[in-house]
Design a protein around this ligand. Structure first.
Ligand SMILES: Cc1ncc(C[n+]2csc(CCOP(=O)(O)OP(=O)(O)O)c2C)c(N)n1
Ligand SMILES: [Mg+2]
Length: 553
């Protein structure tokens, strides 16, 4: 069936019992019409008409996730790779709540996501039935746009407006739609009451996506003159790159500007999406450690933030300011839709004859390919050497990625890295899942800290069911290791009760068994040689694979 069903809809049964000709089908078809082709779903009763509509709009690919946090993270990973939103299908406030942390990560990364959330029928609200909740408030805390559908006649328009809002907000455009909130980000949430889903549309479906005057291209002044003036001024300029300014061309343009003007160039900490690897300029991420970032930026007169928020400390520490740029630094903010073109223009104007630098391929592996123990310091060398071309990496390695991984990856085949955009852990497995669905021809690797793996481990089941080419490397240090330093600062180091909240070893986790239970084959690696062999097995395996890398201290 094509999506030209609009004219047929009113011919279908009025009661909606057969799931056709109703508001639910309007929603699914409007999403497809708006180029939303994947729905990461975990439905319940209030979504059943939407579920029933899926077989009538086969252009939509439904993907079952056994936890809403997986659905939200997968939608984030999908959109980070395609630049287009996927939909989620979530059950009332309870389902939305489980999705919240990964929606938060998407919000922080400016990634477009469209949530379709079923709600009780209008007549049912107020009865305090078991699943009733304040869905608008919940959705509003993480969505840049929220709307409650009120009629089967207008719900297609609502769905189109949701997609348009997600796309526009992600590009950094101004949206004056009445559903827009002050939360920021590009998560759009459409609440669809069950009676809207089951009611037949009687009026013709309007076709306009959303009225053009609700999205404006540029109300703000173009940042180009100020950016060029700053780079010419002789003062210290820092270019900080976010997802919209980290393509191969963007990195090369930034590197040319660095050479020509002496500007500092960094990518944001734990980048939402960036390129890295052989042949590309070496551009460091700002460190996670706030003090290090503060030092790097301490002489900056002007910061040009290209699709990234101002760098601040992730957490407060007694007596230390949260801002990491000096107080007198001027800031130029560049929205996503302008970031790449601005870099290209600046490089053409200020560095016309400068050639970009290129990271070399290094002889890989070295001593680590021995029977010696795998550690946080050496596993990255083995991984980088084995990385195939054109890979996508979901990086939730946390502390195991802080001791040489990035240096090693700089000399690996060029790849895309998707990092911890919002610091809510449990995104690695879902992001990898969504990225694999977005890019079926590309190998996906998920570098996954052990503690964070447990939050959304059911995403492995979705990877198996969809036969996705995802290799998960569990980096097992048996701890919430990053919290060790925080605990020490808080005076709790070595105290037994405190230790019991950081140690994951009683009992220890058998990730190969966990994966096998969800249909994902796996292997254990405790040495460099074993890790290399396991990566070879993963490459030779059709569908997902899990490597339980047991790291020694
Ligand atoms: C949703 C959420 N819950 C809790 C935390 C706090 N937290 C941050 S890191 C961390 C533990 C990470 O442990 P692991 O994933 O094993 O990585 P490691 O530090 O050992 O490298 C926790 C609990 C968080 N950031 N997000
Ligand atoms: Mg750990």
């Amino acid at each position: 069936m094509s999506t030209s069903f609009h004219g047929e809809t009113s011919l279908e049964p009025a009661d909606g019992d057969e799931g056709g000709g109703n508001g639910a089908r309007e929603v699914v078809a409007a999403l497809v019409d708006s180029n939303v082709e994947v729905m990461f779903a975990n439905p319940g009763t209030t979504e059943m008409y939407l579920v029933a509509a899926l077989d009538r709009v086969p252009e939509m690919r439904p993907v079952l996730c056994q936890f809403e946090g997986v659905a939200a993270g997968a939608a984030d990973g999908y959109a980070r790779m395609t630049g287009r939103p996927a939909a989620t299908l979530l059950h009332l406030g309870a389902g939305f709540g489980y999705a919240w942390p990964n929606l938060h990560n998407a919000r922080r990364g400016g990634t477009p996501v469209v949530n379709i959330v079923g709600e009780h029928a209008t007549s049912h609200l107020g009865l305090q039935s078991p699943l009733e909740s304040d869905l608008e408030t919940l959705a509003g805390t993480v969505s840049g746009w929220v709307r409650r559908a009120t009629s089967a006649n207008s719900v297609a328009t609502d769905a189109r407006a949701a997609v348009a809002a997600a796309n526009a907000l992600s590009a950094g455009r101004d949206v004056t739609d009445p559903g827009t909130t002050s939360t920021g980000g590009a998560v759009a949430t459409l609440i669809v009451p069950a009676d809207v889903s089951w009611t037949r549309r009687v009026a013709p479906t309007p076709t306009a996506a959303t009225s053009a005057d609700q999205i404006s291209d540029d109300n703000d002044a173009d940042p180009a003159p100020a950016a060029a003036a700053a780079l010419r001024s002789g003062g210290q300029v820092a270019l900080i790159l976010g997802a919209g300014s980290s393509s191969d061309d963007d990195l090369r343009a930034a590197d040319r500007l660095r050479q020509a003007t002496g500007a500092l160039v960094y990518a944001e900490t734990f980048p939402t999406r960036r390129r890295r690897g052989v042949g590309l300029p070496v551009i460091a991420d700002l460190p996670f450690q706030a003090e290090q970032t503060r030092q790097l930026l301490e002489k900056v007169d002007c910061a040009i933030l290209l699709d990234t928020p101002e760098p601040v400390a992730a957490f407060a520490a007694p007596g230390r300011p949260g801002r990491l740029l000096p107080a007198q630094t001027s800031i130029i903010r560049v929205p996503r839709h302008r970031a790449s073109s601005l870099l290209a223009e600046l490089a053409a104007a200020l560095a016309p004859d400068v050639r970009p630098t290129a990271a070399p391929r290094l002889a890989a592996g070295g001593d680590v390919l021995s029977a010696g123990a795998l550690t946080a310091k050496n596993w990255g060398d083995v991984f980088a050497a084995a990385l195939p071309e054109d890979a996508i990496i979901s990086d939730e390695s946390i502390t195991s990625g802080m001791f040489g991984l990035i240096d090693a990856m700089t000399h690996a085949h060029p790849h895309d890295t998707l990092g911890q955009a919002g610091y809510a852990i449990g995104q690695g497995i879902p992001i990898a899942t969504g990225a694999a669905i977005a890019c079926p021809g590309r190998p996906v690797f998920n570098l996954q800290a052990d503690g964070s793996a447990m939050y959304t481990v059911s995403g492995l089941w979705t990877q198996a069911r969809e036969n996705l080419d995802v290799t998960t490397i569990i980096l097992d240090n048996g701890r919430y290791a990053i919290l060790d330093g925080e605990l020490e600062r808080a005076g709790g180091a070595g105290l037994p009760m405190a230790e019991s909240l950081i140690n994951l070893s009683r009992p220890s986790l058998n990730f190969v068994a966990i994966a096998r239970g969800m249909g994902v084959p796996g292997a254990i690696a405790s040495t460099g040689i074993e890790l290399r062999a396991a990566l070879g097995r993963a490459r030779a395996t059709d569908g997902p694979f899990l490597i339980h890398a047991r790291l020694s201290a």
